[in-house]
Design a protein around this ligand. Structure first.
Ligand code: GLU
Length: 419
């Protein structure tokens, strides 16, 4: 039987391959194999029925070599420390790939946010914020949304932190509602970044994105937005999946209607019905006959067990860590192009950076400006990764890891080791 999947080992495996290709000595990147700090917290909360429940929470700071730590907070019932450690490391790599002045971090609370009331969710979020308070701050570590967390929750984090400081500190968290210092364009930023990346990939291959057939896994903020933007681009979105399974329609799904049903009205795909729509398994969506597949849910979705059946020649990773090392090798042998997570889904943290820059200078930019700057950053990063991968005859994932690693190692060398 294959060893249990460990996302942190997955991350290390790729990092070491990239370091080998760059000819780095182990001592150059040794420190990057370990997170700088790992905090585990207990989050006691009074539930609506008067009982007390204690939730488990984490905040992991992987690297602060290039700037304050940055990364979202995941609310998910199955989250564990290895996942948070991997996600934190991917944030360091992601911020380095797109060259924004941040390190990487990630947080999590082990809870299904749909299983608690809104009041309970607010108390969990505020108490978790209080528990990680010693680590966070606008020049130390800046949280943001991730799977299971929302702009509204970021507003509660900002308020809780500000109450403790005695004054309002908008720059402590990004992805906030617009009314309390959130940036225009942040809500759609990750999906928009996926779109820009897909455009670059298709252009490099001389293909036309606006006529592509597409499958998307995930109907959260990233999957939902990506599907909508690709449909607006002209793509035919023929297959979509969420945790309950998938839907397929050869003539193209009504993405706006499904987005409303799933993301806005908070239903699952299993209750969505329309003429011509066939219900299927999530696996069938990942293996659909399409030009482009966007896994935009969780880690460990494209595994060795499914890889040989995946028909899409092009994969753009909206999620963090959706492809295992084994699947990646199979995809490479099959001649597929996989635009890796640390590049493809970096649009979110790029606009988080713009939000933070606006907050600390008390500026407000318009949406056109934000989207235009995001496009510039994503295009430049794509070109750097593409060129690096081709120069080393490597996959785009290794290319992205090489670009990131060079920047992280350079920063570490310049700073030196204390003492
Ligand atoms: N959670 C997002 C990610 O994985 C965004 C992080 C951020 O904006 O800090 O990239």
């Amino acid at each position: 039987m294959a060893a249990a999947y460990n996302p942190y080992e997955n991350m290390l495996n790729v990092l070491e391959k990239a370091a080998g290709m760059l000819g780095l000595a182990e001592s150059d990147y040794e420190a990057l194999k370990y997170p700088e700090r790992e905090l585990k917290v207990s989050v006691p909360v009074r539930m609506d029925d008067g009982s007390i429940r204690v939730f488990e929470g984490y905040r992991v700071q992987h690297s602060s070599s290039r700037g304050p730590c940055k990364g979202g907070i995941r609310f998910h019932p199955q989250v564990d420390i290895d996942e948070v450690k991997a996600l934190a490391a991917w944030m360091s790599l992601k911020c380095a790939v797109v060259n924004i002045p941040y390190g990487g971090a990630k947080g999590a609370v082990k809870v299904d946010p749909r299983s608690v009331s809104k009041g309970e969710l607010e108390r969990i979020t505020r108490r978790y914020t209080a528990a990680i308070l010693p680590l966070i701050g606008p020049d130390k570590d800046i949280p943001a949304p991730d799977v299971g967390s929302t702009p509204e929750m970021m507003g509660w984090i900002m308020d809780t932190y500000s109450v403790f400081q005695g004054h309002t500190v908008p720059g402590v968290v990004t992805g906030k509602p617009i009314g309390v210092g959130g940036s225009l364009g942040r809500g759609e930023a990750t999906g928009r970044g996926v779109l820009f990346t897909a455009r670059e990939l298709f252009a490099r291959l001389g293909k036309d994105l606006s006529h592509a057939r597409v499958a998307v896994q995930g109907m959260g903020n990233v999957g939902g937005t990506t599907a909508r933007l690709l449909a607006r681009e002209g793509c035919k979105v023929v297959a979509l999946a969420d945790v309950t399974g998938g839907v397929i329609c050869e003539d193209g799904l009504n993405v706006e209607e499904i987005y409303q049903h799933c993301y806005v009205d908070r239903n699952f795909l299993d209750t969505y019905n329309a003429p011509g729509v066939i219900h299927c398994t999530g696996r069938e969506v990942l293996c659909a006959d399409v030009d482009l597949l966007v896994p935009a849910a969780l880690e460990n979705q494209l595994t060795a067990d499914i890889a040989a059946e995946v028909r899409a020649p092009l994969i753009v990773e909206g999620a963090n860590g959706p492809t295992t090392v084994e699947a990646d090798e199979i995809f490479a042998k099959m001649g597929k192009y996989v635009v890796p997570d640390i590049l493809a889904n970096a649009g979110g943290v790029v606009v988080s950076y713009f939000e933070w820059v606006q907050n600390i200078q008390s500026l407000m930019w318009d949406e056109e400006q934000v989207n235009g700057m995001l496009e510039k950053v994503m295009r430049r990063a794509f070109a750097e990764v593409w060129d690096k991968a081709h120069a080393h005859n490597a996959t785009l994932r290794l290319g992205a890891n090489m670009v990131a690693l060079e920047r992280l190692v350079t920063a570490k060398k310049i700073r030196g080791i204390f003492p």
